[in-house]
Ligand binder design. Structure first.
Ligand code: GRF
Length: 195
C-alpha cells in the first residue's frame, strides 16, 4: 500500500509510520510527505530519504487554487491512500472527492465528540472521563467523515492538556500503524464505509 502523508506539526505520527514502513515485512510504503507550511515533521521524511513538498495557502489567491496545487502534488505520487497525520487545514470538497474514500484522518478524541483543532482542551473542559483516538475517512466537513476505528483512554483526574495529548498521541501512533496495516492487508476495506 503506497502512502502520501500530510502533516502540519511535529510529525510524531508520521515518524511512527516511517519507522513501521522501514521494516521490509510491513505492507506499506511512504512515497512522499506534504505540508501546508515548513513543518517540523518534514525532517522525519528527510531522514528516511522520502521526498517532501510544501504548498502554503498564503502564496495563493484563493483556497481553491491552493488546494488544486496541493492535490496535484499528491496525485503526482499516485498513492493508494492519503493519510492526514496532524494536517491542520480543512480541505475543500473538490480535493476530498478526488481521493475519497482513500483519504483518512487521525483525530485526538472519540468523534463525534470534540471535533476541531482543540479536541483535547475541549474534552478536558467538558469534564470527559474518557477520550481517545479516532481514525476516520475524510469528507468535506471538519472531522465529520465515517469513523473507521477508535481507541479509548481513561482521563486521569487533574491531568493537564499537554499531558493528556501526549497520552493520546502514544495511542494514536500505534493505532495509525495498525490501521494502515489492516488496510494494506485487505482486512479493512475503505469502500465499505462509503462517504
Ligand atoms: C495528533 O494528535 C493528531 O490527531 C492531531 O494532531 C496531532 C499531530 O501530532 N490532528 P503529530 O504532529 O503527529 O506529533
Amino acid at each position: 500500500l503506497s502512502l502520501v502523508v500530510l502533516v502540519s506539526g511535529s510529525g510524531s505520527n508520521l515518524k511512527a509510520l516511517l519507522d513501521a514502513c522501514d521494516n521490509p515485512l510491513f505492507p506499506a510504503k511512504v512515497l512522499a510527505v506534504g505540508s501546508d507550511k515548513p513543518a517540523e515533521g518534514l525532517a522525519h521524511a528527510e531522514q528516511f530519504g522520502v521526498p517532501t513538498f510544501v504548498v502554503e495557502p498564503g502564496k495563493f489567491q484563493s483556497k481553491e487554487h491552493w488546494a488544486e496545487v496541493l492535490l496535484s502534488n499528491v496525485l503526482f505520487h499516485k498513492p493508494d491512500l492519503v493519510v492526514l497525520a496532524g494536517f491542520m487545514r480543512v480541505l475543500p470538497e473538490k480535493f476530498v472527492s478526488a481521493l475519497s474514500p482513500k483519504i483518512i484522518n487521525l483525530h485526538p478524541s472519540l468523534l463525534p465528540e470534540f471535533p476541531g483543532a482543540h479536541a483535547v482542551r475541549d474534552a478536558l473542559a467538558a469534564g470527559a472521563t474518557q477520550t481517545g483516538s479516532t481514525i476516520h475517512i475524510v469528507d468535506g466537513g471538519v472531522d465529520t467523515g465515517p469513523v473507521i476505528s477508535q481507541r479509548t483512554l481513561h482521563v486521569t483526574p487533574g491531568i493537564t492538556e499537554a499531558e493528556l495529548h501526549e497520552q493520546i498521541k502514544e495511542i494514536e501512533r500505534e493505532h495509525l500503524v495498525s490501521i494502515v496495516r489492516e488496510i494494506a492487508e485487505g482486512k479493512l476495506e475503505l469502500e465499505r464505509f462509503g462517504r
